[in-house]
Design a protein around this ligand. Structure first.
Ligand SMILES: Cc1cc2nc3c(=O)[nH]c(=O)nc-3n(C[C@H](O)[C@H](O)[C@H](O)COP(=O)(O)OP(=O)(O)OC[C@H]3O[C@@H](n4cnc5c(N)ncnc54)[C@H](O)[C@@H]3O)c2cc1C
Length: 391
């Protein structure tokens, strides 16, 4: 995805250039192998860290690049679309958004000094929000952190926690006031910074459909003791902070969806120019050409909306509407592109060696997470269209 056609600053262009250079070193065969072997991409992670990408949004005083969400998206979509697939976004979300951004925005001075320089140097992070019983209904979180002197005592279970098997830091979301005792439903949630590994935390990987170079895990918390200085923000007031992390997460996955769409589409275009079965290149058939053309138009539109969401976020303005609309549009456009890339390749689209089947497995996640497609639509229905809440 070449970003040079947008009105980017010199600094942004340099960032895109740096992302392009990393992407060049991590071609699809690298990811095919990592996915097949379920192996973490150590050399890719090192390249991201060495290029300063884990610290893109971290203030300079802690060693970061002090840039915004827009720059983060530019990096993600370049890495994703030029060769890395979802991996080009995934690892930056786990560490740089869940860890770096949350702490930069909401941490106190001690927390910033403790974590941010380490994140810049490659300390991995994860976020433990989802619970088996609560699912999409975050306010139904059951894991409770109870005060015990100058500590909190926590027991509970989290599920689908990506990167928890390797992370050295976890952004843990719990209730500090049970839902039935909270004055309003959005009160009573708190965020904690937890160091890993910890004997009170058991981590069990879940076998999954794709993104097999990174593990997603069940997390069991049994009488975990968290010192009070590990509370991020104010006790019971975590809801606003969670949203402040989830919107950038949404924007990141929109970048990933568009990026994956373009990556698969570019493979399909090259193939469709060369492949002849009835004497002419298959790309000359409208049935092959038009779905890709339509997906391209939609991806570029979603991308602009995502840039708008990121710009609003960077200026401290409400961005929920744009972030959700961009995600809905990006995942539909991206899925259309990957699906039709697979059709374009015919039987080869189904062969592991041609990579499109992997990108299809990867993009399938983006309809389910970080926010499900249905819940993003529910947000738009209620908050953008002004219709009654649908659930
Ligand atoms: C690979 C992977 C990685 C993940 N990584 C993380 C992570 O790092 N950290 C983390 O905290 N979580 C993570 N998640 C969790 C992810 O965010 C949740 O799976 C997702 O939010 C949906 O929750 P659920 O699976 O419980 O679905 P449910 O909430 O059970 O929903 C099931 C279906 O019902 C629909 N539905 C539910 N309620 C409504 C309604 N009111 N109206 C319309 N439709 C509705 C949903 O849209 C969905 O389609 C990950 C998930 C996966 C699969």
């Amino acid at each position: 995805m070449k970003n040079m056609d947008f009105d980017l600053s010199t600094e942004q262009q340099m960032l895109v250039q740096a992302a392009s250079e990393i992407a060049r070193d991590f071609q699809p065969d690298f990811w095919r192998e990592k996915d097949r072997k379920h192996a973490f991409p150590d050399s890719f992670w090192k390249a991201l860290v060495d290029a300063g990408f884990t610290g893109i949004m971290i203030p300079e005083v802690y060693g970061g690049g002090q840039m915004g969400m827009l720059e983060m998206i530019l990096a993600m979509e370049t890495l994703t679309s030029e060769s890395c697939g979802l991996a080009g976004t995934w690892f930056l979300v786990l560490t740089s958004i869940f860890g770096g951004l949350s702490i930069s925005k909401h941490g106190n001075e001690n927390q910033k000094e403790k974590y941010l320089p380490r994140i810049v140097k490659g300390m991995e992070f994860c976020m433990a929000l989802t619970e088996p019983d609560a699912g999409t209904n975050t306010l139904n979180t059951k894991t409770l952190a109870q005060r015990d002197g100058d500590e909190y005592l926590v027991s509970g279970r989290k599920t689908f926690i990506s990167g928890a098997d390797r992370a050295k830091g976890m952004l843990l979301i719990t209730r500090t006031t049970a839902l039935e005792k909270a004055s309003k439903r959005t009160d009573g949630l708190s965020l904690f910074l937890v160091d890993l590994p910890n004997p009170a935390i058991e981590i069990v990987p879940i076998e999954k459909h794709g993104i097999n170079y990174s593990k997603t895990c069940e997390v069991y918390l049994s009488d975990l003791r968290i010192p009070e200085e590990s509370l991020l923000g104010e006790e019971d007031k975590g809801w606003r902070l969670i949203l402040d992390t989830l919107n950038p997460e949404r924007m990141s996955f929109s970048a990933a969806a568009g990026g994956l769409g373009l990556l698969a589409m570019n493979k399909a275009i090259t193939y469709a120019r060369e492949r002849k079965v009835f004497d002419v290149p298959i790309g000359s058939h409208q049935a092959i050409q038009f779905p890709l053309a339509e997906a391209k138009a939609k991806i570029e539109s979603a991308r602009l909306l995502n840039y708008k969401a990121a710009g609003l976020y960077d200026r401290g303005q409400p961005c929920g509407a744009e972030a959700n609309m961009a995600k809905v549009a990006a995942v539909e456009a991206g899925e259309q592109a990957v699906y039709h890339a697979m059709q374009t390749l015919g039987g080869y689209g189904y062969a592991v060696e041609y990579d499109v089947e992997r990108w299809w497995r990867e993009i399938n996640l983006i309809r389910l997470a970080p926010v499900t497609h249905q819940m993003a639509l529910a947000f738009i229905g209620e908050h953008v269209l002004g219709l009654p809440k649908s659930y």
